[in-house]
Design a protein around this ligand. Structure first.
Ligand SMILES: C[S@@+](CC[C@H](N)C(=O)[O-])C[C@H]1O[C@@H](n2cnc3c(N)ncnc32)[C@H](O)[C@@H]1O
Length: 209
């Protein structure tokens, strides 16, 4: 089977730890494309973010674990649209688009591709990590800002969003900008989040329109 990650580039200790990780092993066993799938499953269950028949836009979707979970929830009547700057391998019942959202005109291109309002916007977008926490936080907030701008342009009134961001100095400012646009907003770390990770998921419900 084709490998999704170039494991030769990863430190050995990291690889050993990952192989012991319950969510990594479960994803391998069940055919989910990433361990991240379990994070969305836990979030969706706790906060009732996605419903049967919904139109879901998944940003930073590669390799596709979140989209697989979203498709399971929306079912045949729903739609999952998956976008990433790297190509997403085909998934049954899911439409994919290769697009770098941090480029001029990307949001317009995305809107044209979607062709109508979405019920839910998901973003698990991560920058390429440099190891410098301040820099990675700034990059993450920038990308999460793009995800929020996309949500504000494509969500129907009352729609929901889940946006990943790395915590740091301006996390509270970011949360405030989300609160202006949604009636319920909360930062949440699902159980499947790796304990050392700075990531947090901003749960946003009830888009004000
Ligand atoms: C943690 S991975 C997403 C994992 C995915 N949710 C899953 O369950 O399989 C983060 C993704 O963000 C994407 N990404 C980063 N910057 C991006 C950008 N500017 N435009 C689109 N995608 C981007 C990366 O290519 C990467 O695939």
């Amino acid at each position: 089977m084709r490998k999704l990650i170039d494991e030769t580039a990863m430190p050995r200790a990291w690889l050993r730890k990952r192989k012991r990780d319950q969510y990594y092993r479960a994803a391998k066993r069940t055919g989910y494309r990433s361990r991240a799938a379990y994070k969305l499953r836990q979030i969706a269950k706790k906060f009732s973010i996605i419903r049967t028949g919904d139109v879901v836009l998944d940003l930073g979707a590669a390799p596709g674990g979140w989209s697989q979970i979203a498709k399971e929830i929306v079912g045949e009547a729903g739609t999952v649209l998956a976008v990433d700057r790297v190509r997403i391998r085909d998934m049954e019942g899911i439409s994919t688009l290769t697009l770098d959202l941090d480029t001029q005109g990307a949001v317009e291109q995305l809107k044209e591709w979607i062709g109508g309002p979405a019920d839910v916007v998901l973003s698990d977008i991560s920058p390429r990590l440099s190891g410098n926490k301040t820099k990675d936080h700034a990059l993450s907030v920038h990308l999460s800002g793009i995800a929020l701008a996309v949500a504000a342009q494509v969500l129907r009134k009352g729609g929901n969003a889940v946006i990943k961001v790395f915590q740091g100095d301006v996390y509270d400012d970011y949360l405030d900008s989300v609160k202006k646009q949604f009636s319920f907003v909360k930062g949440h770390r699902p159980k499947a989040t790796i304990s050392e990770s700075a990531e947090i998921y901003v749960i946003a419900k009830g888009f004000r329109g």
